[in-house]
Ligand binder design. Sequence first.
Ligand code: SF4
Ligand code: SF4
Length: 270
Amino acid sequence: MRKYKYQIPRRLLQISILFIFFGGNAYGWNVLRGNLSSAKVLDAIPLSDPFAVLQSYSAGASIATDALVGALIILLFYAVLGGRVFCGWVCPVNMVTDLACKIRTSFNLDTIWKSWDIQRGVRFWVIGLSVVLSAILGVAAFEWISPIGALHRGIIYGFGFGWAFVLIVFLFDLFAVKNGFCGHLCPLGGFYSIVGRFGFLRIGYDKAKCTSCMKCIEICPEEQVLSIVNQHSGAVLSGECINCGRCIEVCDDNAVKFSSIYLNKYSNNK
Ligand code: SF4
Ligand code: SF4
């Protein structure tokens, strides 16, 4: 079970959130109503996707106080906890891309043909492009084609043509680039990596316990964040870590665990 120590709770949380949203629409539950872009808890506390609000603002829309407060709540939450906790624990697309990665790895597709060469930094250009296009087109550009919104709304309200965006992401990750969408292109993931740059929750690495098997790097969807492995003990400082805990699950030496730079347990000592 150690292998799924975090994977099971992650999936449960991702599915539960979808289910609660679904119940809000289908049965009128008022726990969490709306969608991932704009929702209300108990019909009182607003929650908004800050990146969607930023695009709407750029598109020239007047931002309602509720949306602004909702965006600030979410920004603060992920800034304190760690931005890409959203990716690993909340976003439904993570289940799709993890599945594509699992199949890709199981069938050794990387050995059959060469993965496309895309830099991970492209997602930050996509953030800028989304904001600029929003201003030019007068609509929140990424929200229009977002597989996250398409999948989320599809499950809650029923699928229209939005399933096509989700299928494209799945096929892209399966055949073109390993961890392609979330690890290279998604502007929301990029946005949260900036927001959570100084977040509390970190992965800590203890070089003294490490036997250099490199399983953590093999399994990590953002392997560049584990550059300290085999170098020195310390905390993963990159905001690109999605806090999925896969590195902890596969480490037989207990050399990796959840930690925080603010607890001083893993100051980046040599
Ligand atoms: S990178 Fe984007 S699609 Fe992937 S889990 Fe994060 S927000 Fe969702
Ligand atoms: S470092 Fe660990 S927690 Fe962070 S993305 Fe990689 S596998 Fe997940």
